[in-house]
Design a protein around this ligand. Structure first.
Ligand code: ACM
Ligand code: ZN
Length: 548
């Protein structure tokens, strides 16, 4: 049966293949291989889905849910070829190669054929199909049947990188569960597979931990928030202004499970970030006994780096963090836990008797090696829970913990150093992967941002593969991600603005083969795709619309 269908497909496809593209297909990211065809597949409420393996049903349910929400109808699922009418046929190759994210999609006016090894491949194929659907249904016949006219193409697709990440800082500003789900929807649309969830920082602890209720009673709240830019990143300055409005919010463990499940349906793994040893003021405001000097502290109301951190000389600090991580590991099914590690000032450690004793007892050279001791001890614990740690590139400072992966944000040198040491790496250099930076120089249109300048074209041009690495070393680059820090992103509409359409450009960096990338072509597709963003109610930066 499969063979007959394949032969029929080849014949129709050859007949219908046109030398000239019929029209711009608004696919983002651009697939690995695509041949546009003259035909059209008209999906109606009579179109059937032929599904031979029930294991793939969740992805068909996802499609049906999308159709129902957006066009008011869904497709009947059957297990053999229909006697009449067009259909979607989902097949799996007899020989599995293990490339679970790949998919082939072959189309003619009668059939739309997916060949996928596994659920992820079908999910990405369905995302492609969704991007080919018209914005609005048309109606036909005396009964006014809904119709979706889909331009045909033959597509063979596969991702360039295994880690295709987007980050969101929910500490500096808190985003409601429904908004986090919308963000995950954007990731799914662009075939990202990692959501790096920054849940903890100086300005707010946002994850319920049952054993330590004060983390949310105290640490999820701050008494007010800095307005605009501070006079100095280092310490409060007399010109700083505050809004006087209490701010707070956190996700219950039930919320978190709900979001994890929502992401899992979309083939997105969540990497939670629990910051240590720095960026820990919200935790220390709640439990000051785990600092070097005992506090008291407040959840921070301004941005920057704190001199106060977890005490590395106190064994009870590690018991506290391990108990927290135990709950985090029970919640999050993914392999990686992000332990932060960035911007840890070592001032307190230099004067803390317990930290200095630890340095002496462990025969460490200095405070940088004390940081390595800290991260390695946490790594050992997380490895015992069958998890891997990932941390910002400062975890290289005193030497890497044995199994740590590195997220390179201070440029690419940390990533290069880690790859040369045979550690896995995610590239996320501030330039161009920080989406809290400006994307336009127009003072009139741009809302306040932290600084920097990462316009759409620079994101699009980014290549996560450093030239300094040999082919062998490059294998440690798992991929890349873009980060949305929220010091100056006060609401979800601004999250949308800062991430769109740069997220679309990043998607193409991570998915599309480098020789298939073309910025002009991307802008052409984006112009059409932006109508979908309009329909979704996304507040995006419209600078690209002026480009030819
Ligand atoms: C960072 O931006 N501090 C990772
Ligand atoms: Zn200490």
């Amino acid at each position: 049966m499969k063979k007959i269908i394949a032969i029929a497909f080849t014949m129709v496809s050859v007949m219908a293949y046109s030398q000239e593209p019929v029209k711009i297909l608004p696919l983002i990211p651009m697939p690995k291989e695509i041949k546009q065809l003259d035909d059209e597949f008209v999906m109606t409420n009579k179109t059937k889905v032929v599904l031979l393996n029930d294991k793939l049903k969740p992805e068909v349910d996802y499609l049906n849910n999308y159709l129902k929400t957006n066009y008011g109808f869904e497709l009947q699922i059957i297990s053999s070829l229909p006697k009449e009418g067009n259909y979607i046929y989902i097949t799996q190759p007899e020989v599995q190669s293990g490339l679970t994210e790949n998919y082939d999609l072959m189309m003619n006016q009668n059939q739309l054929l997916f060949s996928v090894e596994n659920n992820a491949g079908l999910f990405y194929g369905i995302q492609t199909l969704i991007q080919l659907l018209p914005l609005e249904k048309t109606v036909a016949g005396v009964l006014g049947e809904p119709e979706l006219k889909i331009p045909c193409a033959d597509i063979k697709d596969a991702p360039r990188y295994q880690w295709r990440g987007m980050h969101l800082d929910c500490s500096r500003h808190f985003f409601a569960k429904e908004d986090v789900k919308k963000y995950i929807d954007y990731l799914a649309m662009y075939k990202f597979n990692v959501f790096h969830w920054h849940l903890v920082d100086d300005q707010g602890w946002r994850i319920e931990i049952k054993k330590y209720p004060m983390l949310t009673v105290v640490g999820s709240k701050r008494k007010e928030t800095l307005i605009g830019k501070p006079g100095s990143d280092k310490k409060p300055s007399p010109t700083d202004k505050y809004d006087g409005i209490p701010y707070g919010g956190f996700y219950t463990q039930e919320d978190i499970k709900d979001i994890i499940n929502y992401a899992a349906v979309r083939h997105i793994t969540i990497v939670p970030e629990i910051e240590m040893p720095g960026h820990s003021m919200a935790a220390l405001a709640s439990y000051p006994q785990y600092s070097c000097n005992g506090g008291p502290f407040e959840t921070w109301t301004r941005w920057g780096q704190s001199e106060d951190t977890y005490c590395a000389g106190n064994d009870s600090t590690f018991a506290f963090l391990e108990n927290i991580l135990s709950e985090v590991c029970d919640l999050f099914p993914g392999k990686y836990i992000h332990v932060g590690g960035d911007e840890c000032l070592k001032d307190r450690w230099k004067t803390c008797a317990k930290c200095q004793k630890r340095i002496k007892d462990e025969k460490l050279k200095d405070e940088n090696q004390l940081q390595t001791y800290f991260i390695t001890r946490i790594e050992k614990y997380l490895n015992s829970k069958v998890k891997q740690i990932i941390g910002w590139d400062e975890i290289l400072e005193g030497g890497l913990a044995p199994n740590a992966a590195v997220m390179s944000w201070q440029g690419i040198t940390g990533g290069i150093a880690a790859a040369k040491q045979k550690h896995n790496v995610v590239m996320s250099p501030g330039k161009p992967c920080y989406f809290d930076h400006y994307q336009s120089k127009s003072k009139k249109t741009e809302p306040l941002a932290i600084g920097g300048f990462n316009p759409l074209d620079s994101v699009y041009a980014y290549n996560p593969a450093p030239k300094a690495l040999s082919q062998e070393e490059s294998k440690y680059i798992m991929g890349a991600q873009a980060n949305v820090w929220s010091e100056y992103i006060t609401d979800f509409s601004k999250v949308q603005y800062m991430s769109m359409p740069r997220m679309a450009a990043m998607a193409e960096v991570l998915w599309t083969p480098i020789d298939k990338k073309n910025y002009k072509n991307f802008i052409g597709r984006l112009k059409i795709h932006s109508k979908t963003l309009d329909k979704m109610g996304v507040n995006y930066c419209k600078q690209f619309q002026n480009k030819k």
